[in-house]
Design a protein around this ligand. Sequence first.
Ligand code: THG
Length: 367
Amino acid sequence: MYGITPSARLRPSPFYEATVREGVTNFTTYNHMLMPTAFGNPEAEYWRLINGVSQWDVAVERQVQLKGPDAGRLAQILAPRDLAKQKVGQGKYVPLCNHQGILINDPICLKLADDLYWLSIADSNIWFWAGAIAAERGLRVEVSEPDVSPMAIQGPKAEDVVAHVCGDWVRDVKYFWFRETDINGIPVVVQRSGWSKQGGFEIYLRDGTKGARLWNIFREAGQPWGIGPGGPNWCERVESGLISYGGDTDATTNPFEVRMGKFVDLHVPDDTIGIQALRVVATERPKRHSLGVVLDAGDPVAPGFHWNPVFMDGKKVGCMTNCIFSYRMKKNIGFALIDADCAIGDRVETRVSGAMQPGELTDLPFL
Ligand code: THG
């Protein structure tokens, strides 16, 4: 479609050269970096994730490192989820909210030591925010962006590939737990995680000069299982109901509206950012909620920027934040962020690529 003009603001991933050699055809931007999203055959890349194993450059999942005696204090001030019982070696999915209780990111929080945490962030500038709060509150903690770049191995065969490279211990790692180790001398963190519901691991590279080597180790080890390149898969993640911060949220979205209420603990300390607002929101009648939409029309819709308006009986009730043809359902599906009065089974219309499309509200996830 268009080209990309490189510049120093678009920071390269340590896996950039490797993905170019793999034949990357599409990138998106995320945290001021380029992330590969396609390698020329979206449908084959989808089925590889569903049936086999897929290798992703997700270095854009940047780490905001909190280091120092008050690191745990700061993590709890930033996240309205109770982190008191979090163990070293455990990750937790946490909403981050501003003082008004509006979602500003949704990272995985990794506790590497009592005085060392990483927030593995989505696409917004948390580094500035966390550093300012640490300074304003006089905490003994250093906030930085370390040289850490995740690569994901996802799909039903991912565990076999990662066990082949790292050892059978990875089979016993629980969801979101991780271990620090090295692979042929390359320092990494290996975590059972990844932005798909097909299972797998993320390998956090801790030396940006070793990207090509790490990529190739997994590429070669994965050959017997048919490993190949891919990226966070729009079709699979919509089918699986995974939220994209900034894609499925807007400037007024609170965690309860996008099914993240279960990750909010209202009893966290009063100095946790946003908790006062969230306690109020939790008692109020919700204004919006998220449901699925299945369009009647079976022909694949054109890709677009989305936030397509959704209508019920001619009245606008919200937006469809994404819309994609599901290869497994053979239907166009997406998330709707809509009035809380709208319910599963309701008929709606949405305007996609200029045309009105009838459809029905459903529960999430789709599959
Ligand atoms: N892995 C790592 N960093 C990341 C992401 C990741 N940073 C950016 C982005 N993804 C952060 N957002 C998410 C969103 C959803 C999930 C993980 C990170 C996720 N959610 C599951 C769900 O909603 O079903 C599980 C949540 C739970 O049960 O705790 O996996 O992917 N390193």
